[in-house]
Design a protein around this ligand. Structure first.
Ligand code: ACM
Length: 533
């Protein structure tokens, strides 16, 4: 059995913060805690299976022990502790052991994640890991710390999503916005409408073969992923995009076609871009889809119904008899009014199901109830839309293309990926949302920040990883750490060891220190990670 003992002297090294995201407050203390290869932990009930493996990368083995023998213990806070409540925690390392004080499973998880990172960075010699004593008091700046993955244009699959969720949890990100439907493919099984996946799930942005394998998540897989995320402190927000971005669904069920347009020189983009916004049977079809989605995501709190870019593809609406009838009946003057009518109708359904409605920032103009609706501000070139959403009283998630869209390149030298008056380097992601000049009242309406990975130009998992990491670590610190504690130079120092963690977990990344070669998707073939049908 390994002996635990302490060395009672003040470390001659100044304490370098090792944790990402950087904690709200951190204070070094005298002494070191010395750990042998096996660490006895009094796990919170049911926590061992989740927490123990996380310590492996520190070269330590966590084993369950009773409170009397444990070196790492979890405690509940004193009444009225404003830090160690919600997602917050306190972490104390003394020469005698580690105490994590938290109220909720998320707080305990985050305290543990911080301990794990400190243990990884600790000095090791002769089988002893030496942790400098310290106290951390920590809680998040933003309640919403998110990442969106576009599964439609190229599909990630269950293993890739779980690996992503592991990493998100490590960096205390807590919202996974799952973009499950869009024009290239429908990726979620709906029992009542099997053609949505059988037909609508075939193909992707770079595989247009009519007999391409169907790629989608079964309902069992969805439930499993939602539970996996929940254990890791992450809520999964489903997005079912409507009334635009509907080609895949309409390919499967053409009776719901609301028309679209053909992009110049193409036959695949996007002739069936919209659902018919006024046909009774189409609205019921969408209702039934939302019924199943609601039952699969019981804790999501919000169902995102897209609502973006509709005007790019609504040109056929005036020809639809149902739209003509609706406009007469409701005295609607223009197509934007039809869009508003549709949004209000479907948002009503989502609210009836007990969820708030989420939508891209176009919905800020759609007259939805402010207390039942969340707006995602994405058009960085339209600050007036953010203003409109805030003035209308909507809670807002900030994810402007610059710097939050990770399909933009991250280094000047990179050749593939988007640019729009610039690109999205690590430092810009880190600084966000500084520079938006939000008033205190505005800030109260900002739920948080989110990165989005659109996958038109992300054919392979290696490419998706390359675009995501390490920028998502920068976003995690931007979302968690108070503005006055953010410091890019310090972040860069701490980031180096995180790259080793990513590598150890099979996650690719761009190495900004080594300037690693670009992982491009030029000429890449789409992958079919799960067994194709
Ligand atoms: C979007 O990028 N269309 C939300």
């Amino acid at each position: 059995m390994f002996r635990l003992f302490c060395v009672l002297f003040v470390s001659s090294f100044p304490l370098v913060a090792q944790v990402i995201p950087r904690p709200m407050a951190e204070k070094s203390a005298a002494g070191n805690l010395r750990l042998g290869p096996e660490v006895k932990v009094a796990f919170p009930e049911g926590g061992e299976a989740l927490l123990a493996p996380m310590l492996r990368h520190a070269g330590l083995k966590a084993s369950a022990a009773g409170a009397a023998d444990a070196v790492v213990k979890f405690q509940t806070p004193a009444a009225g502790d404003k830090i160690a409540s919600g997602e917050g925690y306190r972490l104390k390392i003394t020469p005698d052991g580690v105490t994590i004080v938290a109220t909720t499973p998320a707080g305990r998880l985050y305290g543990w994640q911080s301990f794990v990172q400190i243990a990884e960075a600790a000095e090791k010699s002769d089988g002893t890991t030496s942790l400098a004593c310290r106290e951390i008091a920590d809680k998040p700046r933003f309640a919403w710390r998110g990442y969106m993955l576009d599964e439609s244009r190229h599909f990630t699959g269950e293993a890739g999503v779980k690996r992503l969720l592991d990493a998100m949890s490590r960096y205390k990100l807590n919202r996974f916005h799952w973009h499950l439907t869009d024009s290239p493919g429908w990726r979620i099984e709906i029992k009542r409408y099997p053609e949505l996946t059988r037909t609508g799930g075939r193909g992707n942005e770079s595989d247009l073969r009519p007999d391409a394998p169907a790629q989608f998540y079964t309902q069992d897989q969805v439930r499993d992923i939602v539970a996996y995320a929940k254990e890791r402190g992450i809520i999964v927000i489903p997005e079912i995009d409507m009334p635009g971005h509907a080609d895949a669904a309409v390919k499967a069920y053409p009776e719901h076609d609301g028309g679209g347009f053909l992009q110049k020189g193409r036959t695949d983009k996007w002739p069936r871009f919209t659902f018919n916004p006024a046909k009774k049977e189409t609205l019921e079809f969408l209702d039934h889809i939302l019924d199943e989605v609601a039952s699969l995501f019981p804790d999501a709190g919000v169902i995102h119904f897209g609502g973006d870019e509709v005007h790019f593809g609504w040109h056929k609406w005036p020809e639809l008899p149902e739209v003509q009838d609706l406009m007469k009946r409701e005295n609607l003057k223009q197509l934007a009014d039809v869009e508003t009518w549709f949004n209000r109708r479907m948002a009503g359904k989502i609210n009836q199901l007990g969820f708030k409605t989420g939508g891209w920032d176009e919905i800020a103009a759609r007259e939805l109830p402010a207390d039942q609706t969340l707006v995602w501000w994405w058009r960085h070139d339209k600050p007036q839309v953010l203003r409109q959403a805030l003035d209308a009283g909507y809670p807002v998630v900030l994810c402007p293309r610059r710097p939050c869209y990770f399909d933009f390149v991250q280094h000047e030298s990179h050749q593939t990926g988007r640019r729009w008056g610039g690109f999205n380097p690590l430092q810009d992601v880190y600084q966000f949302p500084k520079g938006l000049d939000l008033s205190d009242a505005d800030a109260n309406q900002v739920l948080g920040i989110q990165a989005c990975l659109w996958t038109e130009a992300a054919v392979t998992q290696a490419r998706r990883d390359f675009l995501t990491w390490p920028r998502l670590i920068a976003l995690a610190e931007a979302a968690w750490t108070p503005e006055k504690r953010k410091d890019f130079a310090s972040f860069e120092t701490r980031l180096k060891s995180q790259l080793a963690w990513l590598e150890g977990h099979g996650i690719g990344f761009y190495d900004p220190f080594a300037g690693s070669p670009e992982v491009s998707d030029k000429g890449a073939k789409p992958e079919y990670p799960d067994k194709p049908e």
